[in-house]
Design a protein around this ligand. Structure first.
Ligand SMILES: [Zn+2]
Length: 499
């Protein structure tokens, strides 16, 4: 069987401060895509990483920017590990073996395609955004994002002929050859392109930006963020050091990005790739921002949600569940701790944890923990086609929908226990039928829940006494073998006490 390749990425997070909850969301969403495709048997490559150059970091770090970015990158990697993120590689833009040569190579390809010209440039520069702003993007010279007057800077830079690609970009996006999800974002980006694309500055003088990759053959110029950061998607799969792997995985199947950087991914990036003669990514999925109790998170208000603290307090799977289930996947959502606690108590400890505990306890009590004879009834019906439904929901980024499909089986199983009241039944034959159904339902739950709650899935599989992880692609009712020794374990989720 030929495996279908699936290459997915997060954006690379800028290493000017510790990773925030928004990046945790992006990691988790992309992780679900990667894990689901792996479950289906696809050949997956999942890349994440860090964007480590730029004048903002240069200013903050002082003498030793490398040390500064090393420390923050370590935290990003720690966050990914704490959240059980299954990335296959991690690319840093200061990587001298893989990334820097790739960036310089792409630069040269664009140059050879005659898409650069040098121009004296006078522009309004926002230090906060770290970029030049057009008049349209400023209100009376003030950056609306940072509420600060943009500085007037004059430099001679390399300009990229972005305007040349305007019509082609419109055609690609309109036809979904470069698909942008959700539709509102596609519309928004098309509107932006149709107002007219201006050529953009692709380099800075070495004097104004020294913490970056030199323009090949021009030591007085540094490659600006677009060509430096976006090329990570090529360097991270071996553009320079592993051509075979690169050829296998490029183009990307899905880039997952925040709405603030859609323009770079849907306009600059495909234009650069066309210029360099490389295939384009197939799809860009855009998620929203996270607010805290309805307010924008900011250090000055002091309402920034620290993902490390939340994971420590509630476990990675609880945070994964909440972010996937309670925040709209492609729109802004709110982080509300009370709501998170409610979810843990009701859906995780209540529905799921309780079910697993009850079923294993019933098996232990009535059958010495051994799986009884096969049976097929009401729960088999709910479980039928579940993997397909979960898979289809994830394909359209409907993580809530996928979880609610799984929860139908969880709730259906709890209801089945309440209706049949196995503790009142003496007839072994009858009991056997009920308990087999429940155990088999747990196996379906463990398999389908894995992309979302990998740790919990593993625990259920262990408690079911399965030596091998059941196959998502080939799961069928009745594969759970009679006589398998289950191992009742600790409850999966502790209820959170509140005042
Ligand atoms: Zn700004």
């Amino acid at each position: 069987m030929i495996k279908i390749k699936f290459y997915t990425t997060t954006s690379i997070i800028y290493t000017n401060s510790d990773p925030h909850i928004g990046f945790a969301l992006e990691l988790i969403q992309t992780d679900v895509l990667a894990r689901l495709h792996r479950s289906k048997g696809d050949d997956v490559f999942f890349l994440t990483g860090t964007d480590e150059h730029g004048s903002k970091i240069q200013k903050m770090a002082g003498d030793d920017p490398q040390k500064f970015v090393n420390d923050i990158t370590e935290k990003v990697q720690e966050l990914a590990s704490l959240l059980n993120i299954s990335n296959d590689d991690f690319i840093r833009t200061t990587d001298t073996e893989r990334h820097i040569p790739t960036t310089q190579d792409i630069w040269t390809l664009i140059e050879n395609n005659d898409d650069f010209y040098r121009k004296k440039y006078q522009g309004h520069y926002c230090v906060g955004c770290e970029c030049f702003k057009t008049d349209k993007e400023l209100n009376d010279g003030v950056c609306p994002i940072h509420n600060k007057k943009a500085e007037l800077i004059e430099e001679e830079n390399f300009f990229f002929k972005l305007s040349k690609y305007q019509d082609k970009l419109i055609q690609l996006i309109e036809s979904d050859e470069l698909k942008i999800v959700p539709k509102e974002r596609k519309k928004e980006i098309l509107n932006f392109i149709k107002t007219g694309l201006e050529d953009i500055s692709f380099s800075r003088t070495r004097k104004s930006l020294s913490w970056g990759i030199p323009v090949p053959g021009n030591n007085d110029q540094t490659i600006y963020v677009w060509c430096d950061a976006l090329t990570n998607y090529l360097s991270g799969i071996g553009y320079t050091n592993n051509k075979k792997q690169f050829e296998k995985y490029w183009p990307a199947d899905v880039h997952v990005v925040g709405k603030d950087i859609l323009r770079f991914h849907a306009v600059f990036w495909p234009a650069m790739l066309m210029s360099a003669g490389l295939p384009l990514p197939k799809e860009i999925f855009v998620h929203g921002f996270i607010t805290k109790d309805g307010k924008k998170m900011s250090k000055s208000i002091g309402n920034v949600v620290d993902p490390f603290e939340q994971i420590k307090k509630y476990s990675a799977d609880s945070i994964r569940y909440f972010l996937l289930n309670d925040l709209p996947a492609s729109n802004d959502g709110d982080f509300n701790e009370e709501m998170l606690i409610n979810r843990i108590n009701a859906n995780l400890a209540g529905d799921l944890g309780n079910l697993v505990y009850r079923v294993l306890a019933l098996t232990e009590k009535n059958f010495d923990g051994k799986v009884p004879k096969e049976s097929k009834g009401k729960l088999a019906e709910i479980a039928s086609g579940l993997t397909d439904r979960v898979s289809k929901s994830v394909e359209v980024y409907d993580f809530q929908g996928a979880l609610s499909e799984i929860w139908k089986l969880i709730k259906g199983s709890n209801q089945y226990i309440n209706e049949t009241e196995p503790w009142k039944i003496d007839d072994k034959e009858k009991l056997s039928e009920i308990i087999y159904e429940l155990l088999e339902a747990l196996r379906f739950i463990a398999v389908t829940i894995k992309p979302f709650l990998p740790d919990t899935s593993e625990k259920i599989i262990e408690q079911l006494g399965l030596e091998e992880e059941p196959s998502f692609a080939d799961i069928k009712w009745g594969q759970l073998k009679e006589g398998t020794q289950t191992k009742k374990g600790k409850i999966l989720f502790q209820k959170v006490e509140t005042e």
